[in-house]
Design a protein around this ligand. Structure first.
Ligand code: GMT
Length: 375
């Protein structure tokens, strides 16, 4: 099939997932067209059946707010026409679903019936989408989608709770590429960061408030008082500076490395003993799944879809949002006993296999067949 994928091209989970999906579909022989304002970060490989179309938003002195949504809708029409696409798959409702709706209506006028699928990722529903400024457009464009998917049961329920959706929403969980994220020995690398054999804790996020980065530091402070340990903070975002200032104030800065945005996540995850994700909310928690695929147990909050990914007392531990004391106690429990840690590592690896490309990508392909049938 010829599929147009629209996403945010940044390090956020929705863009990462959309790119991984496009790569996996291309590997299966589909022709994939990414349509976005910048080359997606994980689109760093060459495949003959992958195309990238940049959405150009012309500047004009009148535009305090250049109309990206209009430029995207126009580009979608052009890309569909020039490449005879069969369908559009948009990731993150705002503004991608409304642009796809607009494009579909324009194409209808030209005698073409091109379906679009909207995949809901989380903050498009639970945070930004709920804002009354966007609410009615989000509701309308989700309802107008030819198929709707959510990345977890929890997000599906949240969507029905927050919006008047009159269509079915299928749950298609995120997946992880096991060829890339798997257990490998990185002892030499580990020795460089933890020369005295300290335990390594890791956190990956976009450092937004919802990630509760301060809780990551509080957990680490408590773990560090029990055993020699190091913390790797990976990613960047609005809360990073606060976090750096805070760990200096807490007197724990020498044991923490802020690594910024990283492309080779699988290398870094492979030296971690435990992954921390104490978020206020996660529709899914792709970063936790990628850690588990590298055999790293997860200490997380029990918010949103996290209990669907991180199984309590099996792949790691869950605790209430903000309960850093329990999260720290669980981390120490895991790390103080080598055999126990190994067992959790194996269990994390085994559970991650339930989210493999070959299990999840066919779910999208089925949906593509359904929406294009009888058109
Ligand atoms: O976590 C973020 O702030 C980024 C956000 C995004 O849209 O890129 O991530 C959301 O989508 C990911 C991929 O489906 C999920 O794994 C994240 O849990 C979800 N984030 C939230 O719900 C806060």
């Amino acid at each position: 099939m010829k599929i147009g994928i629209v996403c945010y091209p940044t390090f956020g989970g929705s863009g990462v997932m959309a790119t991984e999906l496009g790569l996996a579909l291309a590997d299966k022989g589909h022709e994939i067209h990414f349509i976005t304002y910048q080359q997606p970060v994980r689109l760093n490989v060459f495949r003959p059946n992958i195309y990238y179309h940049e959405v150009i938003v012309p500047k004009y002195p009148l535009f305090d707010f250049p109309p990206y949504e209009t430029a995207l809708a126009s580009t979608l029409v052009n890309v569909v026409n020039n490449n005879q696409l069969d369908l559009l798959h948009v990731h993150y409702a705002i503004p991608h679903a409304s642009s796809a709706y607009f494009a579909r209506q324009m194409l209808k006028k030209q005698g073409k019936d091109i379906p679009f699928i909207t995949t809901l990722h989380g903050t498009d529903i639970t945070l930004v989408g709920k804002d009354s400024t966007y609410g009615c457009v989000v509701t309308f464009s989700i309802n107008e989608s030819d198929a709707i998917t959510a990345v977890s049961e929890n997000l599906r329920e949240e969507t029905f709770k927050s919006f008047a959706i009159d269509k079915e929403i299928s749950v298609v969980p995120n997946f992880v590429d096991a060829q890339r994220f798997h257990l490998t020995n990185k002892e030499h690398f580990k020795k460089m960061l933890a020369p005295a054999g300290e335990r390594i804790l890791a956190h990956v996020s976009n450092f937004r408030k919802v990630k509760r980065v301060e809780d990551v530091l509080a957990i680490f402070e408590q773990v560090r008082s029990h055993m020699p340990s190091k913390l790797l903070m990976i990613g960047d975002g609005p809360e990073r500076q606060n976090a750096e200032d805070l760990c200096r104030k807490m007197g724990i800065a020498d044991d923490i490395r802020f690594l910024g945005k990283q492309d080779q996540m699988e290398e870094i995850l492979n030296i971690a003993d435990v992954f921390l994700l104490p978020s206020q909310y996660e529709s899914f928690g792709l970063a936790a799944l990628e850690a588990m695929a590298c055999g790293v147990p997860v200490i997380s909050s029990n918010a949103g879809g996290l209990p669907e990914i991180n199984i309590h007392n099996q792949t790691g531990f869950l605790a209430d949002v903000g309960d850093v004391k329990t999260m720290a106690a669980h981390t120490v429990y895991l790390l103080e006993h080598e055999e126990r840690l190994q067992q959790f590592k194996e269990q994390a690896l085994a559970h991650a296999a339930n989210f493999s490309i070959d299990k999840i990508v066919p779910m999208y392909e089925n949906l593509y067949r359904q929406v294009t049938a009888n058109r």
